[in-house]
Design a protein around this ligand. Structure first.
Ligand SMILES: *Cc1c(COP(=O)(O)O)cnc(C)c1O
Length: 470
């Protein structure tokens, strides 16, 4: 499989190349040159496979030329054999229409593990082939940090420096990062905001002094391999609900448009998806773009769903490219306009292409809280607020008739409720307990370095520690 950039001028790469590259050199994002298609018979033949077996079958065309079937099968068994639930991503029924897809059975209790655990393993395979090393530098306001750390902990050829804003992440989130003790894991608490930490990371990637000594890598959701891993659970859940002989709709709590774009990929591959509902909180740039064609960034309002508090959704570019006729030069022009003015209009072709599959809804905090209350009252399920945003949107599209009766609507449960237990307790009066497998989180010792807020201090710390490993 070959991969092309959404902005048309970066070299095409194979799967190994896009996995290690992340962002394309022209500033675009990589996508497969064409979508592999499965017939209904081929989809039917996937019934009854275990999650690791299914993952290998779905991902096989995307990795062709870079991994053999045996290598891919082994990595899927190693990664997904280790989740906290044998089904990896089990379904829970709420009522005759609504289902939850539980994506929080990985090591850090959020869906990002499903993709990052695989990415960490792929890095290791490809680095070994090239006999090289990778230094991952990232900034986190919460979820991504711990999932990225768990993806590389103990691996021989990758190390990670994770920056978080000191005092501004929740206890659970901080401890999920800082209680990991391994020589290749470094936690830095930066005096300043998340934006400061993020700015330091970006600057390190363009700092010649850093690039001269370290092979830097990123694990953000623009990496194609992450999206590819997420396609699998659309197939696993739809198969359980009767696909391909029955269509299924999905409601996806959305921030960077990665998770829901994976649903779009599943549809391009032939999975009958009735509708993809893009569920946002009040930071609703995607809802505005899909409903009115106006993609314009404003300020970010902090909410009880912090992993969706975004200003710009990086992966949306992939949809605009695919729905807009795959014209890289035109998209590069459109994105340059957006980068200059923080606003752009979708073309008619992009709007119509998106509208064929996507619907959007946004939920404010009260609506989110009511969704949590409904899940508890009607199905005895305690859900997290991100999932609550998705469930609000799912119920809204069912009520509006956008999804016809008889079509199951699956809401992606993106985090375990215990991860956001203060907000859950405020909404429903129940304080969810941490699952046993992370139960001693508050008994373990924390390890992190406090770093002053300036860039030089951060860079020097990274260079000093990374040099010790090399
Ligand atoms: C990251 C995250 C999201 C948003 O996912 P995207 O792929 O960025 O759209 C939703 N919920 C939780 C809990 C997350 O961690």
């Amino acid at each position: 499989m070959h991969y092309v950039s959404t902005r048309g001028s970066a070299p095409t790469l194979d799967f190994e190349g896009v996995t290690l590259a992340g962002l394309a050199s022209d500033g675009g994002l990589y996508l497969p040159a064409e979508w592999p298609r499965l017939s209904h018979d081929e989809i039917r033949a996937l019934r009854g496979l275990s999650y690791p077996q299914l993952a290998a079958r779905i991902m096989q065309p995307f990795v062709a030329g870079s991994l053999t079937e045996a290598e891919l099968g082994a990595v899927c068994e190693a990664v997904y054999g280790d989740f906290g639930h044998a089904a990896v991503a089990p379904l829970a029924q709420l009522d005759e229409t609504h289902w939850l897809l539980e994506l929080f059975h990985g090591p850090t209790l959020a869906f990002k593990d499903v993709a990052l655990q695989l990415l960490g393993a792929l890095f290791e395979i490809f680095l070994e082939r090239r006999d090289s090393r990778l230094t991952i530098v990232g900034a986190t306001s919460g979820d991504t940090g711990s999932a990225a750390i768990q993806a590389v902990v103990g691996r021989a050829r990758s190390e990670i420096f994770m920056l978080h804003p000191a005092g501004r992440v929740s206890d659970v989130q901080r401890r999920q990062m800082t209680t990991v003790r391994a020589p290749n894991v470094h936690n830095l608490a930066i005096a300043g905001s998340f934006d400061d930490a993020q700015a330091h990371v970006k600057r390190m990637f363009t700092d010649a002094e850093v690039a001269g000594v370290l092979n830097l890598g990123a694990v953000n959701s623009i990496n194609w391999a992450r999206l590819m891993a997420q396609v699998v659970y659309y197939f696993s859940s739809a198969l359980q609900l009767g696909a391909p002989d029955r269509a299924v709709a999905y409601s996806v709590p959305t921030g960077n448009f990665g998770d829901v774009f994976a649903g779009y990929v599943a549809a391009q591959m032939g999975l009958p998806i009735e509708r993809l509902v893009v569920a946002t909180n009040v930071n609703d740039i995607l809802h505005r773009a899909l409903s009115t064609g106006d993609y314009s960034a404003g300020g970010v309002t902090p909410t009880i769903t912090p992993s969706m508090d975004i200003q710009v959704s990086s992966n949306f570019e992939r949809l605009l490219f695919d729905c807009g006729g795959r014209d890289g030069a035109a998209l590069a022009e459109q994105m340059r306009g957006f980068e200059a003015s923080k606003a752009m209009k979708l073309t008619n072709q992009q709007r119509e292409g998106a509208a064929a599959l996507f619907t959007s809804r946004s939920a404010d905090q009260q609506e989110t809280a009511r969704a949590l209350q409904w899940a508890l009252r009607s199905a005895g399920q305690v859900i997290d607020p991100h999932t609550g945003v998705g469930l609000h949107a799912a119920r809204a599209v069912a009520a509006d008739g956008i999804v016809p009766g008889g079509v199951p609507i699956v809401t992606l449960a993106t985090a375990h409720p215990a991860k956001f237990r203060d907000a859950v307790e405020r909404a429903i009066g129940v304080r969810p307990a941490l699952p046993a497998r992370v139960g001693d989180l508050f008994g373990r010792e924390e390890h992190f370095i406090e770093v002053p807020g300036d860039y030089a201090a951060t860079r020097d710390h990274v260079l000093g520690k990374a040099a010790q490993l090399a």
